[in-house]
Design a protein around this ligand. Structure first.
Ligand code: NAD
Length: 498
């Protein structure tokens, strides 16, 4: 059986530890490969060569750095089909969705190609008598990213696109569940002309995450994953003096106002709740019908739509979604459905014990719909991360607004309405980082930035866009004067004022 090692110094290398983890094909339930768990000494060696490569890279003209990223983007696009197929085989999402995973990452690479403009710094001519002030945005050095299983192409590219374009070297620690696409991306960067050592891919688990947080050369850590781990990584990395941006879990609400275009809203909520088997941090697992009769109207449209949905293998072009990532994750989702029922929710559609003919060992779950969910239920408070939609009924706009605002997570939220005034007020007052108005999955485009609030993000910098550029750079400000040869009679003991 194939064992995936690491990508260090421009090539694939075997891991040195004898500790490995299984990589499944979620469609069949089979173990298709193993991945080596790196040791801290393997990380140290990778960081050492990354640091050497970074010095030269930072001194390379920004436009030359961009050209390599531009070439990288072309290579990724040329290999889209293979990347999507590999991604689906390890993650389980359908091929079209895997393509989307790659494309949304490439969007950030495109933005990163324009970084020379954003990184120019500021200049003031004549800030004082014959005094000019200018600032530079310097790279941090070696930085690291730790990524989740659910977007193995997009999230690494969010991070290394911004880090590398601004002159840093990047150590990527992908999810151990689906490392093949991140490994190939590191390889494509070399094929695009990227310097050896600048983008290293180290596979591993908690041991290597701890080593990244403790490593003295690594200057910043970007993390995306579940909230408890995000908080842990944030605390450990910052305690070691590093910058950290750590994105966590989510429980996004869709507020369904009585005046919404119901047909369109149901279509949008269906895709956002069940697409990618609900394994998206911007999925919409909670719908809040507002006012009398709205929930009934919603159910009337939603039930036949669920009935018509197709769960299938990743390669099935007709399937709406595929299996979840592991058997353990499937079991935890099913346990949450059982718990929701015990807590008093009404199970309208039950996806437990779903079997796909010919793929009985695959990690499939049917779409599940729970009604009469209330804010005190644990299964409402926690993230389920599966194809499970919960209905929480609200009588008024104010009651609906309170639900996402008071929830522990604050990643995304959507409102479905035809009333611009209500939508505007909602967007202004809701305590959530990313808001969609008649847009179910409001992931901002690459030249804005991505980030939630509350337990969905620890740290103060969003991913990508100008926020990403700021995260991966530090400002140096120069105040300069080129005086006449005569000595001036300034009082050198008093702080200069102009
Ligand atoms: P996870 O937290 O299990 O793993 C994320 C990363 O942390 C992986 O690289 C993993 O190897 C590492 N890790 C796991 N356990 C660790 C530990 N004990 N100590 C140190 N490191 C550890 O998350 P996941 O299951 O891969 O991804 C799903 C989660 O990610 C969901 O909660 C989802 O909402 C969240 N997510 C958030 C965003 C966002 O931007 N807010 C985006 C995508 C996914």
């Amino acid at each position: 059986m194939k064992t995936i090692g690491h990508f260090i110094d421009g090539k694939r290398v075997a891991g040195k530890s004898d500790r490995t983890k299984d990589i499944f094909n979620p469609n069949t339930g089979e173990v298709q490969a193993k991945v080596s768990m790196a040791t801290p000494s393997e990380l140290d060696a990778a960081v050492k060569t990354a640091a050497e490569a970074q010095v030269k890279w930072a001194a390379t003209n920004p436009q030359k750095r961009s050209r390599i990223l531009f070439k990288f983007k072309e290579l990724v696009e040329a290999e889209m089909d293979e990347l999507a197929s590999t991604l689906s085989s390890e993650h389980g999402k359908v091929i079209a969705d895997s393509r989307g995973d790659v494309i949304r990452g490439v969007d950030v690479i495109e933005f990163a190609c324009g970084v020379p403009h954003g990184q120019k710094g500021e200049h003031t001519y004549g800030a004082g008598p014959e005094i000019d002030v200018y600032s530079m945005r310097k790279p941090l050095g070696v930085v690291a990213g730790i990524t989740p299983f659910n977007f193995p192409a997009m999230i690494p590219m969010w991070m290394f696109g911004m880090a590398i374009s601004t002159g840093n070297a990047f150590i990527l620690k992908p999810s151990e569940k689906d490392p093949s696409v991140p490994m190939r991306l590191a390889e494509l960067f070399i094929e695009a002309g990227g310097p050896v050592g600048l983008l290293q891919c180290i596979n591993g688990d908690k041991e290597i995450v701890d080593a990244i947080c403790d490593n003295e050369t690594i200057q910043a850590v970007s993390f995306v994953g579940s909230s408890d781990i995000a908080q842990y990584v944030y605390a450990r990395a910052t305690a070691n003096g590093k910058r950290a941006q750590c994105m966590g879990g989510a429980k996004n609400h869709g507020i369904l106002m009585p005046d919404a275009n119901m047909e369109q809203a149901v279509k949008d909520i269906l895709g956002a709740a069940y697409g990618s088997a609900g394994e998206r941090c911007m999925a919409l697992p909670v719908v809040v019908p507002v006012g009398e009769g709205t929930a009934e109207k919603f159910l009337e449209h939603m039930l036949p739509a669920i009935e018509a949905m197709k769960v299938g293998v990743s390669e099935d072009a007709e399937a709406n979604y595929g299996p979840v990532v592991t058997a353990a994750h499937r079991d935890s989702i099913e346990a949450d459905i059982t718990k929701a029922v015990e807590e008093g929710a009404k199970l309208v559609v039950d996806g437990r014990d779903f079997k796909l003919q010919g793929y009985e060992d695959g990690f499939f779950i049917g779409p599940t719909l729970l009604d009469n969910v209330t804010p005190d239920m644990e299964t409402y408070k926690d993230e389920i991360f599966g194809p499970v939609l919960q209905i929480v009924r609200a009588d008024t706009f104010e009651e609906a607004l309170k639900l996402p605002s008071e929830h522990q997570y604050g990643n995304g939220v959507a409102i479905f309405t035809q009333n611009g005034r209500a939508a505007r007020e909602f967007a202004d007052r809701v305590e959530v980082g990313m808001v969609g108005i008649n847009v179910p999955i409001p992931v901002p485009v690459a030249y804005h930035s991505f980030g939630g609030w509350k337990r969905s993000a620890f740290g103060d910098a969003n991913q990508y866009g100008m926020e990403g550029l700021r995260f991966y750079t530090k400002v140096k400000t120069v105040t300069q004067r080129w005086p006449e040869p005569e000595v001036n009679d300034d009082n050198a003991f008093v702080i200069p004022t102009f």
